[in-house]
Design a protein around this ligand. Structure first.
Ligand code: NAD
Length: 429
């Protein structure tokens, strides 16, 4: 099939590369010329394991193309995937990129096409896109389908190639048949194809993200209680997770959830609830609890340091919101680090995906290895759960005698740390 992907970021690029690997001819469009030029040379602008090989292989086979020319890309394609960003504006999803793309599609509808929203868009966006596209000359020339994306950064290729489910929302049998054919290779590998209404598909995405954010926030609050009771939250999570109705995933206490999806999608869902006069009180309280979490952990840092933050060297190991990605969007480190600097700390960090433009200050230093980042540390904070932080010999990596470790991901055993006489603090234990 001939596919056009509009927006070549995390979702668009992964989807485009994976669809082309399945034998389709894919044109990925982006307005960012620099990204397009890099991609055509096989340089990947984001960190996503496995993506480079996939892009290079399909570029060579000429099944994958990158361009800024949206008009010709739309005209020559049968299926158009909208994969542009839907960031938060005034606590709502800002749909300006989606609607800009819709207008370009409208002026290039030369024959029947399926317009698919893969971007996360609030319920009724498909209706609005249909309204924009409708005109006398466009009659019967399009179907608007919702096909939300569930991939996780860091595992995106695997998630795309082996999905738990492919959700397709449309009332058009013709569009549904074509979408099913497109996804057939993934369905054959065990992915469940779920055909539903367009509005349901749109809500499934938000409800799923809000539910996962709720699980994380729930265990974070249980961790707060465990800490007071001298209980290990990890054991509570294991005990809970053994119940198949609950499941063990997303029950790991840590910093506030961040990333490009959960914070914006929970806010957008509450806003949709407001529009349709429905009080989503659970989601609201999740947002509220998560917003407070960073301050709670900052207070814990102050306590660990006996309220003496000024002139202390604090090292962050990992600053992204989770391992396996270079994405800094809404990472809790973006609030924690500036706050510690305002209190007079010097912050060093090591991050496997390199220096971050979001962390700029004379008092923040990036190091490209763990040892240099930690050697003068009074406090080492394990912020992101990268594998390389799981077996550190703290006594060897820092020269300070009275250093402390705050493990925000509970990577180490408290008894081991005690045995090794390391001043160790973690979450909910
Ligand atoms: N990142 C994730 O893990 C993830 C997972 C599932 C769903 N989503 C959703 O997918 C959507 C895209 O997210 P992302 O993380 O890939 O965003 P992104 O910011 O990484 O990429 C969006 C891209 O769209 C491009 N763009 C904007 N306007 C354009 C236009 N008019 N024409 C062509 N290109 C244009 C931008 O230049 C950018 O490269 C969002 O709605 C997001 O919520 C993201």
């Amino acid at each position: 099939m001939k596919i056009c992907i509009i927006g070549s970021g995390y979702v668009g690029l992964v989807s485009g590369a994976c669809f082309s690997d399945l034998g389709n001819t894919v044109t990925c469009v982006d307005i960012n010329r620099e990204i397009v030029e890099k991609l055509n040379k096989g340089i990947i602008p984001i960190y996503e394991p496995g993506l480079h090989e996939l892009v290079v292989r399909n570029l060579k086979k000429k099944r994958l193309l990158f361009t800024t020319d949206i008009s010709s890309s739309i005209k020559k394609s049968d299926i158009i995937f909208i994969c542009v960003g839907t960031p938060t504006k005034n606590n709502k999803a800002d749909l300006k990129y989606v609607f800009n793309v819709t207008k370009s599609i409208k002026s290039n509808l030369n024959r029947y096409k399926i317009i698919v929203t893969k971007s996360t868009v609030p319920v009724t966006t498909g209706d609005k896109i249909t309204k924009i596209l409708k005109s006398n000359i466009n009659k019967n020339k399009f179907d608007v389908v919702s096909n939300p994306e569930f991939l996780r950064e860091g595992e995106a290729i695997r998630d795309f190639q082996f999905p738990d489910r492919v959700v397709v929302g449309t009332s058009s049998n013709k569009a549904n048949k074509i979408m099913k054919k497109l996804y057939l290779p993934l369905i054959k590998k065990g992915g469940r194809y779920f055909h539903t209404s367009r509005r349901s598909a749109e809500l499934i995405k938000y409800a799923s993200n809000a539910f996962l954010a709720t699980k994380i926030t729930f265990i974070n609050e249980i961790a707060n209680l465990s800490e007071k009771l001298n209980i290990d939250v990890k054991e509570v999570a294991i005990g809970m997770g053994l119940d198949e109705r609950i499941g063990s995933r997303f029950l790991r206490a840590g910093p506030a959830y961040g990333g490009s999806c959960f914070p914006k999608d929970t806010r957008a869902l509450v806003s949709t609830g407001r529009m349709f006069k429905t009080n989503l009180s659970v989601v609201k309280s999740v947002i509220n609890s998560n917003d407070k979490r960073t301050n709670l952990l900052l207070n814990k840092i102050s306590k660990i340091m006996n309220n003496k933050i000024k002139n202390k060297n604090i090292t962050f190991l990992g600053v992204t919101f989770k391992p396996g990605t270079d994405d800094m969007r809404e990472s809790s480190s973006l609030k924690m680090i500036p706050s510690l600097i305002r209190k007079g700390a010097h912050v060093n960090y090591y991050e496997p995906t390199g220096k971050k433009k979001e962390l700029k200050s004379k008092k923040i230093n990036f190091f490209d290895n763990i040892k240099d980042a930690c050697k003068s540390a009074d406090l080492i904070i394990i912020h992101t759960e990268w594998n390389e932080f799981k077996q550190l010999n703290f006594k060897k990596i820092t020269k300070k005698r009275n250093f402390k470790v705050f493990d925000m991901r509970n990577l180490y055993s408290t008894s081991e740390m005690k045995k090794n006489k390391i001043n160790y603090f973690s979450i909910g234990r």
